[in-house]
Design a protein around this ligand. Structure first.
Ligand code: SF4
Length: 397
């Protein structure tokens, strides 16, 4: 399995697979063919939601002379495929590169072993990791440090600081998000609008939601966020961590442990299934984020390895079948609100796991496998193409 540095990436929204991945690919192609005319073909989901996700804009910003073509074709190997062609002054093709943007900003270049693909962890499944941890009598954060090296904690601290910066900036903004939907920013409203004699559970729901909205509104407006595990699902984890730190006074070292544990959960999903909405629907994005957040929450409270596994399992299981249908291709509706709901669900999943892990029947690995199979069975309309669901039904007034 890869480094968790591959999972948590700092970058600009709105989409890890539709902006961060193509941006990386474009920079690589430009370094190989710096002064040539370039033509880029977008296929599948990249083509169908590329406008709303700003894929063309991010590519145009990198090359001086480029034409971006939205193709109606799908490429069998992956729904997020893009082809780069370079031409000399006579119009002769001098270079070509096919890239798959596989989710969370990670890319695979066809026919090449890209440096991102080096394995750091020797284990492939959560069961293998758990067996190793139990034999070695270590918790997941120690497991992460053992294979990543000691500098992983400084990396995760920077990730946590960036998440907090996104929350802070998101809470400070009012007005509308960019795009035709004219969605009103709601994070600051949620943060400030107390009700008289507010019950604790309403306050918790309001604040957790405010933090999730803050990050996802930053993402939707092209602000800086951390993929956790993707841009579209970037608000769930920070919302849970920020609220829990505030309420229970956890220090940053505790939060780093929680990020390490959540990183393993996200990594297992990415390695054995998918975190790409185009490949497996929103269950792979927000479902994975909820699962990571549930595990992080469980780590904060020192739950056992079995309880952590069960919290992550419950959170993912109850997102099975969740489709991806962003209206007009913008990562706004249903995405922003969905992150808030997932953050609240992560807290509930952890509560259930605390009491019920002894009698559970479903392992985390089983639900990961199920999620991927469900995603593959999902019609393309529900996998980030904006052709089905809310994206099809909603009409602009
Ligand atoms: S619906 Fe989910 S998977 Fe689709 S763009 Fe929104 S957050 Fe990503």
């Amino acid at each position: 399995m890869k480094s968790i540095k591959e999972l948590y990436k700092i970058g600009k929204g709105p989409s890890s697979s539709h902006t961060m991945g193509p941006e990386r690919a474009a920079k690589i192609f430009k370094s190989r063919y710096p002064d040539y005319k370039v033509r880029v073909f977008l296929f599948g989901s990249l083509s169908l939601t590329g406008k709303g996700h700003l894929t063309d804009k991010i590519i145009e910003d990198i090359f001086e002379d480029v034409e971006v073509i939205f193709s109606s074709d799908f490429v069998d190997r992956h729904p997020n495929t893009l082809d780069f062609h370079a031409y000399d002054k006579e119009g002769e093709e001098v270079g070509y590169m096919r890239v798959y943007s596989v989710g969370g900003g990670t890319i695979h270049i066809e026919g090449e072993t890209y440096e991102e693909s080096i394995d750091v962890f020797p284990h492939q499944s959560f069961k293998e990791i758990m067996t190793y941890c139990k034999e070695e009598r270590i918790r997941l954060p120690e497991y992460v440090a053992r294979f990543e090296g000691a500098d992983i904690r400084a990396f995760l601290l920077n990730i946590w600081q960036t998440m907090q910066d996104s929350i802070k900036e998101g809470l400070s903004k009012d007005g509308h998000l960019p795009g035709e939907l004219q969605v009103v920013r709601k994070a600051s409203q949620l943060h400030q609008k107390r009700i008289k004699k507010e019950p604790t559970e309403i306050k918790e729901s309001r604040l957790v939601s405010a933090y999730a909205f803050a990050v996802n509104e930053m993402n939707a407006s092209g602000g800086t966020i951390v993929t956790a595990p993707t841009c579209g699902a970037s608000g769930t984890m920070p919302a849970v961590l920020r609220y829990m730190q505030e309420r229970h006074r956890f220090d940053d070292e505790d939060v780093i442990d929680a990020l390490a544990t959540a990183g393993i959960i996200g990594n297992v999903i990415k390695h054995n299934a998918s975190i790409s909405g185009a490949e497996a629907g929103c269950q792979a994005e927000v479902g994975s984020a909820c699962s990571m957040a549930a595990a992080a929450h469980a780590e904060l409270f020192d739950l056992s390895l079995d309880q952590i596994e069960y919290a992550a399992e419950i959170a993912l299981e109850h997102h099975l079948g969740l489709t991806c249908d962003p209206i007009l291709g913008y990562v706004q509706i249903p995405c922003i609100e969905r992150n808030a709901v997932a953050a609240l669900r992560a807290i509930d999943a952890c509560g259930l796991a605390y009491f019920l892990s002894d009698s559970r029947k479903i392992s985390f690995d089983l639900v990961v496998d199920t999620m991927f199979e469900t995603g593959k069975d999902m019609p393309a309309n529900y996998r980030e193409t904006a052709c089905g669901g809310l994206a099809k039904k909603y009409q602009l007034k």
